[in-house]
Design a protein around this ligand. Structure first.
Ligand code: SAH
Length: 215
C-alpha cells in the first residue's frame, strides 16, 4: 500500500467513526471491501469520500457512513441469513457478506443485477446471491430471514417483509411519505408482535413496484 492509499483508508475510517460507526466488526468489514470497485467511470476516484454517488439506471450507491450505521443497527451475527432489498451497486451486500453466513439481495433493474453478480465473481464473494425481482414482495422461497435490510424508502414496512422475518429477527428500513427525507427505523419481531424504534433521518430513492423497464 502506498502512503496516499494508506491515508485515503485512514480518512475513510475516520469519516465512518466520526459519524457514529463504532462497531469494530462493522468497521473491519468496511475496511476489507474496496468501495471503488462498486462505482464506475468518472466517480470512481471519489469512492473513498463519505458521499452517495450516482450508479447506473439513475440509482445511487449510499453514503458509506449510512451503510455503516444501517449495518451496525442490524446487529448481524455470523450464522445469520440476511435479505437485502435494493442491491444497487452491490456494495452494501458485499459488506454484509463479511458479517453473515449468507446474503440474498433483490434488485428490480436487470442491468444492476448483472453488474453486481459479475463483481461478486471477480471479488471472490461467494455467499451473496442476487435476484431480479420486486423486493417489496420479499423472497418467499428463501424465507424466513434473521435480518432484513431495505435500502430504498417505503411508505410503511411492506407486510411480506414483516412476515418473512424470523421471530427474534431485526429489520432496518427507511420509511416515510416524503421523497426527500425518511426516518430510518429498526423493527424487532418478538413473540408478542413488532417493536419499532426510530434511528435517524435519511435520504433514499423510493422502493418502486415491479421490475424496472429500462434494464
Ligand atoms: N444498497 C445499494 C444502494 C441502493 S439504491 C448499494 O449498496 O449500492 C436503491 C436500489 O433499490 C436501487 O438500485 C433501486 O433500483 C432498488 N429498488 C427500488 N425499488 C425496488 C424494489 N421494489 N425491489 C428491488 N429493488 C428495488
Amino acid at each position: 500500500m502506498t502512503f496516499s492509499e494508506a491515508e485515503t483508508k485512514m480518512r475513510f475510517l475516520f469519516a465512518l467513526r466520526s459519524n457514529g460507526v463504532v462497531n469494530q466488526r462493522v468497521l473491519s468489514a468496511m475496511e476489507s471491501v474496496d468501495r471503488s470497485e462498486f462505482v464506475q467511470g468518472i466517480f470512481s476516484d471519489r469512492a473513498h469520500e463519505d458521499l452517495p454517488l450516482p450508479i447506473d439506471c439513475g440509482q445511487t450507491i449510499s453514503q458509506p457512513s449510512i451503510v455503516g450505521l444501517m449495518t451496525q443497527a442490524l446487529q448481524v451475527e455470523a450464522r445469520d441469513r440476511v435479505l437485502e432489498i435494493g442491491t444497487g451497486s452491490g456494495y452494501q451486500a458485499a459488506i454484509l457478506s463479511k458479517l453473515a453466513r449468507r446474503v440474498y439481495s433483490v434488485e428490480r433493474h436487470r442491468r444492476l443485477v448483472k453488474v453486481a453478480r459479475e463483481l461478486y465473481h471477480k471479488l471472490d464473494i461467494t455467499n451473496v446471491t442476487v435476484f431480479l425481482g420486486d423486493g417489496s414482495l420479499g423472497l418467499s422461497e428463501q424465507a424466513p430471514f434473521d435480518r432484513i435490510i431495505v435500502t430504498a424508502a417505503a411508505e410503511d414496512p411492506p407486510s411480506p417483509l414483516l412476515s418473512q422475518l424470523k421471530v427474534g429477527g431485526t429489520m432496518v428500513i427507511p420509511v416515510g411519505r416524503s421523497n426527500l427525507y425518511q426516518d430510518l427505523i429498526r423493527v424487532r419481531k418478538t413473540e408478542d408482535g413488532m417493536e419499532y424504534d426510530e434511528l435517524r433521518t435519511v435520504r433514499f430513492v423510493p422502493l418502486l413496484e415491479g421490475i424496472g423497464g429500462n434494464g
